[in-house]
Design a protein around this ligand. Structure first.
Ligand code: SAM
Length: 286
């Protein structure tokens, strides 16, 4: 009997494994190693350079939380820029808002998008069908450098970790151009790593420090990601003017009647309340 496992080392002596029923696809793109697997517990999932990206079963938590807190803070968002997010899950959640007029999605690696359309239609299914979505296959940093001033209400950075192609998306240069490209009520949300294991916490603190140099309102919020290192994951909320808790328009968001599996109005407030050890890490850096 075959005994196939996908394993990711979360630290040198901690690893996370999923039993694999089929290795569906493997290729080296110009940017990264891409693999798709099938499993019983997490369904289809894919990895980039061996690191877990998206699983069919738990992607709802990540994609709800990268998108909905920003819309509950400003339900009038019209123009959205997504950087990365090749699996399409973030674009799928944004496209549920009828008030959104345009969604520019800038993914460096076209192969991620094409393979997700083939193997993960749950997230990538509507990338070709929603006319508001415009796909650009280029580096997110280069794209945002060229973006006109005050052209977006929301920028969502759905990136890989700050190594390899994702590195430029964790720089002051990048955050400054995002600031310039946002309208006066603009919001930037970024994938913010985990506070738990040291190596991830270091990147989390570095990113926080850089965003604080650029934006007047900077907050961190958390969610539970079963397949990411430690399961405890963060997003960063940065804005030119709006505070995600004090300015939240939760009743207006609720009136939209969106059916969400992870996010809700109570969780909105709660997710910005951080465990003491995380708050201390951030305070030490402020
Ligand atoms: N939710 C996932 C996570 O955090 O593990 C990641 C989502 S998505 C798959 C990340 C995407 O960012 C990848 O498809 C990768 O190709 C893309 N990416 C990395 N660096 C990029 C860059 N500089 N510009 C645009 N896209 C980039």
């Amino acid at each position: 009997m075959l005994d196939l496992w996908y394993s990711e080392y979360h630290t040198e002596d901690v690893r996370f494994s999923i039993g694999v029923t089929r290795h569906l696809h493997s290729e080296q793109s110009p940017f990264q190693q891409i693999d798709f697997f099938q499993s019983d517990t997490f369904g289809t999932f894919f990895t980039l350079d061996g690191l877990m990206m998206v699983t069919e079963k738990d992607e709802f938590a990540y994609h709800d939380m990268i998108v909905h807190p920003a819309f509950a803070t400003n339900p009038d968002i019209r123009r959205v820029l997504i950087i990365g997010g090749g699996d399409g899950g973030t674009a799928r959640e944004v496209s549920r808002y009828p008030g959104v007029e345009s969604i520019d999605m800038v993914e460096i690696d076209e192969r991620v998008v094409r393979l997700c359309q083939q193997y993960l239609p749950q997230t990538a299914g509507q990338l070709d069908t929603d006319e508001r979505i415009h796909l650009y296959f280029e580096d997110g940093l280069a794209f945002v450098r060229q973006a006109p001033a005050e052209s977006y209400d929301l920028i969502l950075v759905d990136s890989t970790d700050p190594v390899g192609p994702g590195e430029g998306l964790f720089t002051v240069d990048f955050y400054e151009h995002c600031y310039r490209a946002l309208r006066p009520e603009g919001i930037l949300i970024n994938q913010h790593e985990s506070p738990y294991y040291e190596q991830y916490a270091r990147e989390m603190k570095r990113a926080h420090q850089k965003i604080r140099q650029t934006f007047p309102v900077v907050k961190i919020y958390e969610f539970h990601a079963p397949t990411y290192p430690s399961g405890h994951w963060l997003f960063g909320f940065a804005s030119k003017s709006l505070h995600p808790v004090k300015d939240a328009r939760l009743d207006q968001w609720k009136s939209l009647g969106l059916d969400t599996r992870y996010y809700n109005a109570g969780l909105h407030q709660a997710s910005f309340a951080l465990p003491t050890y995380v708050q201390q890490m951030l305070d030490d850096h402020e």
